[in-house]
Design a protein around this ligand. Structure first.
Ligand code: PAF
Length: 267
């Protein structure tokens, strides 16, 4: 496995990737959800490229950019065990050599709802860095987790609207046995908050079965958790909530009553 941290190193290593090239983009702090993306990429494609970059553009001024977990050596270990061929892990200066970019991708109306409404500028930051990483890594296919469902749909829309020759594929959410969706931010949760966080999945399941009111009734049973939104959109039931100082998101499919997710997701 090669590791490139500069554009020159990436340019030198990229021709070594042959056949269909898959990219998995991450902000590091890799967990079993990322592992599922990497294993799917490994199974489908000839070459696998992993990017690790904590993108400052997608964090608001009061958000957790500084304390976002950085576990580079462990990430490389996991990447190796998943058969990754090349890791691109640029610094902020390598990614944004002229400073933070003035020109950013506009995510459109869907990008100002839900996550975009609660985190202004978030999707501008996400789509800008994903677009740049697409240009730099030139993959044929890209895998993103369905946990960040709105992100996945916006990246797909960007690929379509900008004529990017990249097949954007979603991979089902990986959950703990008790239903908690894996997230790098779960490590912020205290044991008590970890228990409280299970209400997101319970609320989603109730909302899928009985409507949003039923989901909100589940949330009301855990008043320490503050709901940001619980809504149906794009064939999913989507939610975000604050558990202590940690904001978590999750979603379930509506069409199939969320059974895929409740049972640990499709393979
Ligand atoms: O989902 C993430 O980890 C990030 O939003 C992404 C897609 C790597 C862009 O920074």
């Amino acid at each position: 496995m090669k590791v490139a941290t500069t554009r020159e190193e990436l340019r030198a290593a990229r021709p070594g990737l042959t056949g269909e090239v898959a990219v998995v983009m991450t902000m590091g702090a890799l967990h079993a959800g990322h592992e599922a993306l990497l294993r799917r990429a490994r199974a489908d494609a000839d070459s696998v490229l992993l990017t690790i970059f904590v993108n400052p553009l997608q964090f608001g001024p009061a958000e957790d950019f500084d304390r976002y977990p950085r576990t580079f050596e462990a990430d490389l270990e996991l990447a190796r065990s998943c058969g990754v061929d090349l890791v691109f892990a640029p610094t902020r200066e390598v990614m944004y050599p002229g400073g933070d970019p003035a020109v950013r991708v506009d995510p459109g109306p869907w990008g100002s709802q839900l996550e975009g409404a609660s985190r202004p500028g978030f999707f501008h930051g996400v789509l800008t860095v994903v677009n740049k990483l697409f240009q730099l890594t030139r993959p044929d296919v890209a895998y993103f987790g369905e946990k960040d469902f709105q992100q996945l749909t916006l990246i797909r829309a960007m690929a379509r609207d900008f004529d990017l020759p990249i097949d954007v594929r979603g991979v089902p959410t990986v959950r703990e046995p008790d239903g908690l969706a894996l997230s790098s931010r779960n490590r912020y949760l205290s044991p008590v908050e970890r228990e409280q966080a299970l209400v997101l999945h319970r609320a989603l399941a109730a909302a899928v079965a009985g409507g949003v009111e039923a989901g909100l009734a589940e949330y009301a049973k855990v008043p320490e958790v503050k709901v940001d939104y619980l809504v149906a959109a794009e064939g999913r039931m989507l939610t975000a909530a604050w558990v202590g100082g940690t904001r978590l998101i999750d979603n379930l499919g509506i069409d199939n009553l969320g059974i895929d997710n409740l049972q640990g997701d499709r393979p």
